[in-house]
Design a protein around this ligand. Structure first.
Ligand SMILES: Nc1ncnc2c1ncn2[C@@H]1O[C@H](COP(=O)(O)OP(=O)(O)OP(=O)(O)O)[C@@H](O)[C@H]1O
Ligand SMILES: [Mg+2]
Length: 241
């Protein structure tokens, strides 16, 4: 399988505090992979290191065959890495349309054929069409999450990274997100999903890495989800809770 992302033995941390230790993961083209792990395991730190918000101090990161581990964040976007961060970072005072437009304009710097349009985003999340002119800060958390995913798609990624998109959201919104991921995969997208909701991770992802204390401590293969969902002891051991 062609490789979309390879993170190879990276170290990263905050100041002199090491967090990620010799961490390696891989995502194939069109594959959907979850990262699960307890609070503080380093999942968001990994996301920041992949998209360039946090420097790595050793190891390397490849997008396809290109080393991107020292590129600035906007140059990683140009290489096809789209990200929805933990707290979404939308422009609250601006309308939904303006938030999407900003990304759409940026996305045109990526010279790729498969393009997502604002209309595609409205088809994935129908409520957006009704609220295009509303300031983002007036939307519910779930609606904002969908706008954040839409905005990431307009950067025309072929790898979409989402850091805990389900946090605090109603089951109905989770359905929308799961359905959207299915559509994206039909369109060839690779997905990296940080998710503590293991049932949702099992539904969306082909396989998973389990993180603890900044390392990958376990891998869950495609045929192992069912056993994990059935056996709460195993789950607790994985999540350290
Ligand atoms: N800006 C920062 N400065 C210093 N330490 C930080 C910073 N951000 C995170 N940390 C520490 O890094 C470790 C990993 O944090 P991280 O946010 O990556 O965990 P996480 O797995 O995403 O947790 P959660 O499930 O709560 O989101 C934690 O011990 C945290 O306290
Ligand atoms: Mg986190």
């Amino acid at each position: 399988m062609a490789r979309t992302l390879r993170v190879d033995a990276i170290d990263a941390g905050y100041g002199s505090i090491p967090i990620l230790r010799q961490l390696s993961i891989e995502i194939g083209a069109n594959e959907s992979v979850a990262i699960i792990g307890a609070n503080g395991a380093g999942k968001s730190t990994l996301v920041r290191a992949i998209c360039g918000l946090l420097p790595i101090t050793s190891g390397s990161i490849y997008k396809g065959d290109k080393p991107v581990g020292t590129l600035a964040p906007h140059l990683r976007v140009r290489e096809g890495i789209g990200v929805v961060l933990e707290n979404r970072h939308l422009f609250g005072e601006l309308s939904v349309r303006a938030n999407l437009e900003i990304a759409r304009l940026r996305g045109t710097s990526r010279n790729v054929e498969r393009r997502f349009t604002i209309d595609d985003v409205c088809s994935l999340f129908p409520f957006i069409r009704e609220r295009l002119d509303a300031p983002v800060e007036l939307l519910s958390g779930g609606e904002q999450q969908m706008v954040a995913i839409g905005r990431a798609l307009l950067l025309q990624p072929d790898l979409l990274i989402m850091d805990e998109p389900s946090t605090g959201l109603a089951p109905k919104v989770l359905r929308y997100i799961a359905q959207a991921v299915a559509v994206l995969r039909e369109r060839g997208m690779a997905i990296l999903l940080v998710e503590q909701n293991v049932a949702l991770a099992a539904e969306i992802a082909d396989r998973a890495y389990v993180m603890s204390l900044g390392r990958v401590v376990h891998e869950i293969g495609p045929d192992q989800w069912e056993g994990i969902l059935r056996d709460e002891t195993v789950l607790r051991a994985y999540l350290g809770s």
